[in-house]
Design a protein. Sequence first.
Length: 169
Amino acid sequence: MAYKDPLTEAKNRHALEIFFEEFNSSKDNNAKTTQLLILDVDYFKKINDQFGHEVGDLILVEFSSLLRKHVGKDNAYRIGGEEFLVTLQNTSPLDACEFAENLRESIEKHEFKVADNTITLTVSIGISELKRGMEFNAFLRNADQNLYLAKNQGRNIVRHDGGPCPEMS
């Protein structure tokens, strides 16, 4: 319970900090890089305003379930509000971009059925590479900057280290 978000059942920020500490203490130099995806539901406030916070909470629960189906229960974290983080270990930047784009499309196509309403969502995704020795707040800030680039460049898109993903250029 101490490591799970009580609403969505995704791992919480405390569990993410433990993942980060274990990552930094690992001596495995043969592993590919680890990529972090920060996802933010676009215009989530509009859902709460239009349908109410109870419906918003139900959407977050279903969103988290959908996310865990795609990434596995050990790789999905709720880090606040409608913001989630995904860890992709042993993944190249190119593979992370491809994965994120597929995930973004799956979420966009999914119909959330809540209280006699069918609601569709989009997400903006920022990707950043996690490097050994990074401080916890530094790695979150990196991925967050890429998320905000995605939001500022039109939402419902994926951004990696300041720009579009390589295969999407």
